[in-house]
Design a protein around this ligand. Structure first.
Ligand code: NAD
Length: 439
């Protein structure tokens, strides 16, 4: 089977490499020439554990190819996946211009039977619009009898664990409207699900909705716990205990119950905005999800608030060490990262920022330029800092040398945005500790 994946970003590159690993002939296409040239030289444009060796192995075995010109390969493919970005536009809708571009190229150039699959997260109804556009263009080109199908195959991988998620998915959701599409997608995914076939076939609209509903549910759990954490702090409860107590109920479960400094990343914020808009357009108000976004916007400023309150607003000229810049550990993705909200407020208040991140320093410079100091390690970041703030819970931050930090820091405040430290232990080293939702 020959497939092309258009859009070689977090989703396209991981999916392409994983399909190739199963023996599929995959061409990853991107309009970014530098990215494609780099990939051919073994330069992986993103940080994702295990990705480099997977890409190199399959590229060398000639199962994985890189291309900038979609037109030249369209008619050799059985399936073309669309995996381009769908960022928010200025109104919060998913911007479909990248998807439309790809669809236009396909519609203008296909001359052989094809299955076009949307893997990008797209508003409900988009795959039908893709189908109608291509069909109209084929009719105009006199190719009325040319067989083509569309399918929706939303992606659920988590950055930082993307390869494992793709190789051993909890489930694969596929929306189809024909047996041909169903058969092709079954054949493609069977190797990933040999001992437990977890493909859930459904209609296309439901598949598109499933992606938004899943992300909205996960974001809801985060905002819900942040609300509970903030209230716990006020009434004197310990949210860590509350989380354990409630998570042990099998109806609730333990995952995604961690309070923190808000969700970020390339998916939750924009998908939450998009589902609110989808609701508006359909004449239905998504009340719960609107509250999820509101709570998150407040939560993203909580670290700054704790810092400001500690010094009674007298923060101008102080220095803060920020450990962790990416929106979560094990990725260099800075899109909508809570660290950016924190750093923005600090800089606006005249605070100096010394930051360190194990993977996202280069990416962070695209957002923050030379407005902050980029340290070589956690101690360099903490040097002569008044406070240490941790927005991202990288493993290497979990057990630092507190005695060393006490010596090199000017003041002794630690604000733990992910509740990774033990308050008593840190206080025993002479620090003042603030977590999220703790006594
Ligand atoms: N990042 C994630 O963890 C994740 C998880 C699940 C779903 N998704 C969804 O998958 C989609 C892609 O996300 P991403 O994070 O991989 O995006 P990304 O921004 O990392 O990559 C998108 C790529 O598409 C390329 N591109 C744009 N227009 C193109 C065109 N006309 N032809 C070829 N290439 C083109 C860009 O150059 C870029 O390399 C989005 O809809 C996103 O919501 C992302």
């Amino acid at each position: 089977m020959k497939i092309a994946i258009v859009g070689t970003g977090y989703v396209g590159l991981v999916s392409g490499a994983c399909f190739a690993e199963m023996g599929v002939d995959v061409t990853c296409v991107d309009i970014d020439k530098e990215k494609i040239e780099g990939l051919k030289q073994g330069v992986i444009p993103i940080y994702e554990p295990g990705l480099k060796s997977l890409v190199m192995r399959n590229y060398e075995a000639e199962r994985l190819h890189f291309e900038t010109d979609l037109v030249s390969i369209i008619n050799q493919m059985d399936i073309i996946f669309i995996a381009v970005g769908t960022p928010s536009d200025s109104d919060g809708n998913a911007d479909l211009s990248y998807v439309d571009n790809v669809v236009e190229t396909i519609a203008n150039n296909m001359t052989a039977p094809l299955l076009v699959v949307t893997k990008s997260t797209v508003p409900v109804g988009t795959s039908f619009r893709v189908r109608d556009k291509i069909r109209k263009r084929l009719d105009e080109r006199g190719l009325t009898n040319l067989d083509f199908d569309v399918a929706s195959n939303p992606e659920f991988l988590k950055e930082g664990a993307a390869i494992n998620d793709f190789m051993s998915p909890d489930r694969v959701v596929v929306g189809v409207e024909s047996d041909v599409a169903k058969d092709l997608m079954s054949r493609l995914y069977r190797p990933f699900l040999l001992n437990n076939f977890r493909i859930i076939f459904m209609d296309i609209l439901s598949a598109e909705m499933t992606k938004y509903a899943s992300n909205a549910m996960l974001a809801t759990r985060i905002s819900f716990m942040n609300d509970i954490a903030n209230l716990s702090e006020i009434v004197g409860a310990d949210v860590n205990m509350v989380r354990k107590g409630m998570g042990s109920d099998t109806r609730i479960g333990r995952s995604f119950l961690y309070p923190g400094c808000g969700y970020g990343g390339s998916c939750f914020p924009k998908d939450i905005r998009a589902i609110i808009k989808i609701g508006e357009e359909a004449g239905y108000e998504m009340k719960v999800i609107k509250a999820v976004e509101e709570v998150n916007n407040i939560q993203k400023s909580i670290l700054f608030k704790k810092f400001d309150q500690h010094y009674d607003g007298d923060i101008k000229g102080k220095t803060v060490a920020v450990w962790g810049l990416s929106f979560k550990p094990e990725t260099d993705d800075m899109r909508d990262a809570p660290s950016l909200t924190l750093i923005d407020s600090l800089l606006k208040s005249g605070v100096n920022v010394r930051s360190y991140d194990p993977a996202a320093m280069q990416e962070a410079q695209k957002y923050l330029d030379d407005k902050i100091y980029y340290a070589k390690d956690i101690y360099d970041a903490a040097f002569e800092a008044d406070a240490l703030i941790v927005p991202t819970e990288w493993k290497e931050f979990r057990l630092p040398g507190w005695a060393v930090l006490k010596k090199i820091m000017k003041d002794n405040l630690v604000i733990d945005g992910r509740n990774i430290y033990n308050k008593e232990e840190i206080e025993s080293h002479g620090f003042e500790y603030r977590g999220i939702g703790l006594k």
